[in-house]
Design a protein around this ligand. Structure first.
Ligand SMILES: [Fe+2]
Ligand SMILES: [Fe+2]
Length: 493
């Protein structure tokens, strides 16, 4: 799997053959859509609604064209091709990883049976729900990031934002394809709803909490792509193991695109920290706001916030639903096939942390019910990697200060810690104590206003905002000062 390549902007190479994508069709695809007239018609009638949604709730900044990556089968860049394209002409389509006709179910009570090419009646409702929830997050982030283009720190960053946006749009297509192809009329209705719920809408919000928070500024965007897109990576990782083969193949291809979103987050925070460190050394103070940088304490607060809301996306530490998903073969574990156990977990246990008599204690519970935590623990270990890289930048600058991940119980709304008040370093506090200190732990209005004041657009070739270091290299071997985005006149006015 190719989700590790977070250091370069180029597309990861395919790990297996990717069948040819037919771009002569109205909806590019590698699923022989032309061979299924009914489905083709259903998707073609959904397409204008999607475009309408993109025009109303997609990127607000008026652009002529953007240097974007599009998935193809062959070419000098492996599976992807880069070119300047008007965003509304982006070829959103349906791309599934190659089918392995020999594939069998890897876990649960159907282990060893051939993977399902159709939806079994007994799992229909659950599978549709899983696909709908995943699908709901994809357009949500586009909506959350709608106005960020107005304050981009450079054309390079602007291009990366738009690449993430068009790909999240494509991920919506991926889920809508499954709903329409495999779930009949109900699936078509869910596909409509995916465009009707909107991020932050009071009457019909997005399904999950973190996807209704506004992305206020670019630091939050980088934290979002680092922590929240990474949650997406882990959720897709569990669906990639699904016994329902079309879902597994869809998610496998989505993970390849997702690698770039991780790259944007990791390097975006990294470059912010580098610039902060540079200013701290230069001015011999941590208070670098007046020198045009974002103080490390503010970066830590943003990190605390985005990490804790992303932790909530994994659901409760103990859940009988997730046990049923696993046993039924709907959703596996992260890297299921590489794990060395019986893949049924009938007698296995897992250690959970919970609050008992005013203390955080550990307890062994049936592993099947703790699968959300199993996944979340994998995620946290992955999150640590970025923090290590960012701290390396601080160390390289000769600074003592360090960033850290807050305790898993900090600022939680979901799961065993939701009822408790835990400090970032894991201390259990009273509600009043916690609330009194929260202003130092989470971004407050002043912090957000201070960051917002630094968010001034930099649209000249090779120009970068003062709060962020330029990247080492450009996208797809282009220079850093490349014309990644051509703006419309009205964007510059
Ligand atoms: Fe996505
Ligand atoms: Fe993403």
């Amino acid at each position: 799997m190719t989700v590790r390549d977070e250091r370069t902007g180029s597309a990861p190479a395919p790990t297996g053959p990717v069948s040819t994508i037919d771009y002569s069709e109205r909806i590019p695809n590698n699923v022989n859509l032309a061979g299924d007239r009914r489905l083709q018609r259903a998707l073609e009638s959904w397409q204008p609604k999607f475009l309408d949604w993109w025009r109303t709730l997609g990127p607000a900044l008026p652009t002529k064209d953007v240097y974007l990556r599009t998935a193809i089968a062959v070419g000098r860049d492996g599976w992807a091709h880069f070119d300047h394209v008007p965003m509304e002409e982006y070829r959103w389509g349906i791309f599934l990883a190659e089918q392995n006709p020999e594939r069998t179910v890897a876990f649960g009570k159907h282990k060893g049976e051939p993977a399902w090419q159709e939806v079994p009646g007994e799992y229909r409702a659950e599978l549709m729900r899983l696909i709908t929830v995943q699908g709901d997050t994809e357009p949500a982030s586009v909506e959350q990031q709608r106005v960020l283009g107005n304050t981009a720190p450079s054309l390079y960053d602007l291009r990366n934002l738009f690449q993430v946006n068009v790909e999240e749009g494509r991920h919506l297509w991926a889920m809508v394809y499954l709903l329409q192809a495999y779930f009949g009329r109900e699936g078509r209705e869910e596909a409509e709803q995916l465009l009707k719920r909107n991020s932050g809408d009071l009457d019909s919000p997005r399904i999950l909490g973190a996807f209704n928070e506004e992305t206020t500024d670019w630091l939050q965007f980088f934290m979002f792509t680092y922590f929240t897109d990474r949650d997406g990576k882990y959720q897709l990782g569990t669906l990639k193991e699904s016994a329902f083969d079309p879902l597994a193949r869809t998610c496998e291809f989505m993970l390849k695109e997702e690698a770039h979103h991780m790259f944007v987050g990791t390097t975006g925070v990294q470059r912010t920290v580098e610039r902060t460190a540079e200013l701290m050394v230069q001015h011999k103070t941590a208070d670098i706001l007046e020198h045009g940088g974002i103080p490390l304490t503010v970066i830590q607060k943003y990190l605390n916030f985005q990490f804790s809301v992303s932790m909530d996306l994994f659901g409760s530490e103990q859940s009988t639903n997730v046990a049923a998903y696993y046993t039924g073969g709907l959703k596996g574990r992260w890297q299921e096939t590489r794990r060395k156990d019986d893949h049924e977990l009938k007698d296995a246990t897992y250690r959970v942390r919970l609050v008992r008599d005013g203390k955080i204690v550990e307890e062994d519970v049936p592993a099947l019910t703790a699968l959300n935590l199993d996944l979340r623990d994998e995620y946290v270990a992955d999150c640590e990697n970025g923090v290590r890289r960012w701290n390396q930048a601080l160390e390289d600058a000769g600074l003592e200060e360090r960033l850290y991940l807050p305790h898993e119980g900090f600022n939680r709304r979901v799961g065993t810690f939701a009822e408790h008040f835990v400090s970032p370093d894991g201390e259990l506090l009273s509600k009043a104590e916690w609330q009194g200190k929260a202003v130092g732990w989470l971004p407050n209005d002043d912090d957000r206003a201070a960051v917002a004041a630094l968010m001034v657009p930099h649209y000249d070739l090779g120009d970068f905002a003062g709060w962020i270091a330029p990247p080492q290299t450009g996208i797809n071997d282009q220079p850093v000062e490349f014309d990644y985005v051509h703006l419309r006149e009205e964007a510059l006015a």
